[in-house]
Design a protein around this ligand. Sequence first.
Ligand SMILES: *[C@@H]1O[C@H](CO)[C@@H](O)[C@H](O)[C@H]1NC(C)=O
Ligand SMILES: *[C@@H]1O[C@H](CO)[C@@H](O)[C@H](O)[C@H]1NC(C)=O
Ligand SMILES: *[C@@H]1O[C@H](CO)[C@@H](O)[C@H](O)[C@H]1NC(C)=O
Ligand SMILES: *[C@@H]1O[C@H](CO)[C@@H](O)[C@H](O)[C@H]1NC(C)=O
Length: 314
Amino acid sequence: MSRFMLWPLLWILPLILCTATSEDGSAPASEPEECELQRLSMLQARSVLSSSPRLPWDDRVFVFGTYHKGGSTMMVNIVERAFKALGADMDVDSCFRGGFLKNITECMRNNVTSIRLFTGFFCPRDLEETKAIQKPRGARTVMEIRDPRDMMVSAYCFAKSGGDYGVQIFPLHAEKIPFPEILTMGPAEGLRVISQQMFGLLDCMNRSQQKVRDDPDVLVVRYEDFARSSRDFDKRVLQMFHFLFEDLVSPAQYRDMWEAVKVEDLNRQEESGNTNITEHTNDDECMRRSTAVLRALPDINAKVRDFQRSLGYA
Ligand SMILES: *[C@@H]1O[C@H](CO)[C@@H](O)[C@H](O)[C@H]1NC(C)=O
Ligand SMILES: *[C@@H]1O[C@H](CO)[C@@H](O)[C@H](O)[C@H]1NC(C)=O
Ligand SMILES: *[C@@H]1O[C@H](CO)[C@@H](O)[C@H](O)[C@H]1NC(C)=O
Ligand SMILES: *[C@@H]1O[C@H](CO)[C@@H](O)[C@H](O)[C@H]1NC(C)=O
């Protein structure tokens, strides 16, 4: 399914296991020789890195494209934690609040322009815009998509619970979500209202995804693949990091990033104590009930199905 090769992960996973188990003194989970080998390559990588003080974003442009209700909060948090682990001086929260973020430069205290984060929508013209910044190691883009039906239902449930107060989900759409009316709209009426904006967003998501299909510098990830289980979360996060950073960071930095982003795993929230995640996700009952209602709205459901088919979800 993914065009990204998994082989580079093979050396990262045992490294995490070796390091994690040796730190608390218990027996290593994998073969001792294997761990020794990993330590060796880590040392070598460190010495290479120490002779080059450059930061990954000095050499490469990093672009993240996400969509409203498509797992964007999770991705924003992963990006922030990972880049901070690499030493970036950024504070996404301070510039993210109050709307969609298109330009992360404003979150970087040191004015780094080569990390770009699109938090509400990522249209084909946004893809073009990011090509303007040139770096020696080119650009790598991660685009996150989600099942269009879940995005549609989630947008309704979120607005219904008072989130997105009066926002334009999709800024190319002239009208905002009607507040406070939406708060008292049932799923049939609410979905109809929300769908006008969400179809614009889904169209962008579809067109961007079609456009990058054969681009080796773009990795399309699915929210579902991060949310399914902790094992999947780890696998996707490492796959994404390796695609983005390759040899621009050391194995130790890969481990630091992974340690830093683990708290964003939905399935680990209890143990990590990060209850902020659940506060942002929707109430299951609203999702279930509204999904059933959506299936019974022929015109909207048919269009959602078209997007599902185009994006490989049906
Ligand atoms: C991003 O923000 C910076 C700082 O405010 C500004 O200089 C730059 O022109 C902006 N870039 C775009 C593409 O909007
Ligand atoms: C970042 O840019 C602002 C506005 O252009 C400038 O005032 C500030 O000194 C810059 N900060 C750094 C660390 O370069
Ligand atoms: C949760 O959010 C609060 C307030 O925004 C923040 O202070 C806290 O660090 C967050 N917790 C985690 C685990 O990110
Ligand atoms: C998705 O984009 C492709 C390519 O542009 C197009 O052929 C297809 O009809 C689009 N799907 C929908 C549901 O608009």
